[in-house]
Design a protein around this ligand. Structure first.
Ligand code: FES
Length: 125
């Protein structure tokens, strides 16, 4: 039986568009992510946890915690880090480095152009 925390990403991007000049993938309006929260996006077979700080800064990390696969998008964010909801390890939003542990989450370049979120690097395994 699947645990609840192993559920699929909530945000599907089946009709995502790829920017012709940068290869960035559009994830849709930044308003899909409430300030101070994260959302998991599914892009084809790939997933990413995208976070929007209250100051407007947007970051993206691998969807699953490098410890035991917790859903990072569901974690609390603050002080530039996300707290994994499973066991509480913290990862820096800017680069995925472990704040209080030696693990690291992969980070993805992400930006907001106009009101649209774009992510790069998801094509790499
Ligand atoms: S799964 Fe994230 S801290 Fe254990």
């Amino acid at each position: 039986m699947r645990s609840d925390w192993m559920r699929e990403c909530a945000m599907e991007t089946d009709n995502h568009t790829v920017s012709s000049n940068s290869g960035a993938i559009a994830l849709g309006p930044v308003g899909r992510i409430p300030p101070g929260e994260g959302r998991c996006f599914k892009i084809g077979a790939r997933q990413a946890a995208v976070f929007r700080q209250r100051d407007g800064a947007v970051f993206a990390l691998q969807a699953r915690c490098p410890h035991q696969g917790g859903p990072l998008a569901d974690g609390l964010i603050g002080a530039g880090a996300v707290v994994c909801p499973l066991h509480g390890r913290r990862f820096r939003l800017s680069d995925g480095a472990g704040v209080d542990n030696e693990l690291a989450a992969r980070s993805y370049p992400v930006e907001v152009r106009g009101a649209t979120i774009f992510i790069r690097g998801l094509e790499q395994p």
